[in-house]
Design a protein around this ligand. Structure first.
Ligand SMILES: O=C(O)CCC(=O)C(=O)O
Length: 324
C-alpha cells in the first residue's frame, strides 16, 4: 500500500493486523458522522441516561426483558466471579438493517472502513458477513469473558494467510475508555500465533497470555479489527452509569462459503433494506453479495426485475454493462 496523507489509516495499522492479528484504528470514521447516526441507535436502545435513570423505566425494562432467540443460546448460569459467556452479555444485539434515517445503515459501507478492510486483506472483492449492533450497560450482567478465539465464524479451521484470512471488526459508536469494556486482545507475538479449538482460558489457566491481553481503547469512530487466531476477551463495564455501543462488521473474501455469521437475506424484503439498497453504489452492494455489473447473472430480465424490486435504485450501471 502506498502512503497517502489523506488516508485515515496508515501502513502500520495494516501491518499490525496482518502481522500481529489485531489493530485499533483510531477515528477511522469521523466522530461527527457517528454522532449524526445516533438518533437511529436510540430508536433501538435506551440512551445511557434513560437506562440508568432507575429500575422500572419502560425502555430499560424493554431492554432487560428482550428474549430474541437469535441472541440467547440458553447457557447454564455461572457464578458471578468467574469470567464466562453469559446469555445476558448478548441482550443488546440488533441485526442490520435498522429503521430510521438510514444513516446507521450507511455506516456499514463507510468508505474509510471498507478501504481499510480491502487494503489489509489485499482484495477488493469482499463480503460483509457479520452485521449487528451491540449495546452494553453497566450492571446488566458481568460481561467478563474468558480468553477465547472466535471459531464460530467458520465451519472449517482457520487458515490465516493472505487470501484465506478474514477480518472481524467492531466500529465504535461510543467512546470506549478503560472503564466501559474495551475488548482485550493478545498480539500474535505474545501468543505465538497458536490456534486452539474448544478451549477458553481463565486468569489461572495461562497467566502470561492473560497478562498480554491489551485493552482496545479508542474514541467513537475507531475500528477494532482482529482475526480469529487472536485470543481476546470481553471485560466488564465498571463506570457507574456507563455504556458501550458498537457495530460489529466483519469481512471475508468473496466466494468463501465456509465463513459466515449473520446475513441480510431474511430481512431483505423489509422497507428499511429496500431504502438502504437505493442509497448504494454497485460496489457497496457487492459487499452484500449483489453481483457487479457485467456479471453473468445479469441479463435484460434480471436487471428489469432488480428495478422492480428496488424501485429507487439506479440500475443503469447494470443495464449499461449489458450493452458493452
Ligand atoms: O464484547 C467484547 O468486547 C468482545 C466480545 C467477544 O469477544 C465475544 O463475545 O466473542
Amino acid at each position: 500500500m502506498s502512503s497517502s496523507a489523506a488516508k485515515p489509516f496508515n501502513d502500520d495499522h495494516v501491518r499490525q493486523w496482518q502481522e500481529q492479528g489485531w489493530v485499533l484504528v483510531p477515528s477511522l470514521v469521523p466522530a461527527d458522522e457517528i454522532d449524526d447516526a445516533l438518533d437511529d441507535l436510540w430508536r433501538l436502545f435506551p440512551r445511557p441516561d434513560e437506562f440508568h435513570a432507575g429500575e422500572g423505566g419502560d425502555r430499560r425494562q424493554g431492554f432487560e426483558n428482550r428474549t430474541d432467540p437469535r441472541n440467547l443460546v440458553h447457557r447454564d448460569p455461572v457464578p458471578d466471579d468467574i469470567p464466562a459467556f453469559r446469555d445476558r452479555q448478548f441482550l443488546g444485539r440488533a441485526l442490520f438493517p435498522f429503521p430510521g434515517s438510514n444513516k446507521l445503515n450507511r455506516l456499514a459501507v463507510h468508505p474509510n472502513m471498507v478501504d481499510f478492510a480491502r487494503t489489509a486483506m489485499g482484495d477488493d472483492d469482499l463480503r460483509i458477513y457479520q452485521m449487528a449492533l451491540w449495546a452494553k450497560y453497566t450492571g446488566v450482567t458481568n460481561y467478563a469473558q474468558p480468553l477465547h478465539q472466535d471459531h464460530n465464524h467458520s465451519v472449517v479451521p482457520a487458515r490465516m494467510e493472505p487470501g484465506w484470512w478474514h477480518m472481524e471488526g467492531f466500529l465504535y459508536l461510543s467512546d470506549v475508555d478503560e472503564d466501559v469494556a474495551p475488548t482485550h486482545a493478545v498480539s500474535l507475538s505474545d501468543s505465538g500465533g497458536r490456534i486452539t479449538y474448544g478451549r477458553y482460558l481463565g486468569p489461572d489457566d495461562d497467566p502470561a497470555l492473560w497478562a498480554a491481553a491489551k485493552p482496545a481503547v479508542g474514541p467513537r469512530g475507531s475500528f477494532l479489527a482482529y482475526r480469529p487466531d487472536v485470543w481476546h476477551r470481553g471485560v466488564n463495564l465498571t463506570r457507574p452509569g456507563g455504556s458501550r455501543f458498537l457495530f460489529g462488521l466483519s469481512f471475508k473474501h468473496g466466494g468463501q462459503d465456509w465463513i459466515g455469521y449473520e446475513n441480510v437475506q431474511s430481512r431483505s424484503t423489509a422497507d428499511r433494506f429496500v431504502r438502504f439498497v437505493a442509497s448504494c453504489t454497485p460496489d457497496e452492494l457487492s459487499l452484500f453479495g449483489v453481483p457487479m455489473p457485467g456479471h453473468p447473472f445479469w441479463n435484460a430480465a434480471t436487471v428489469d426485475a432488480m428495478a422492480e424490486r428496488y424501485p429507487d435504485l439506479d440500475v443503469s450501471p447494470w443495464r449499461d454493462a449489458l450493452l458493452s
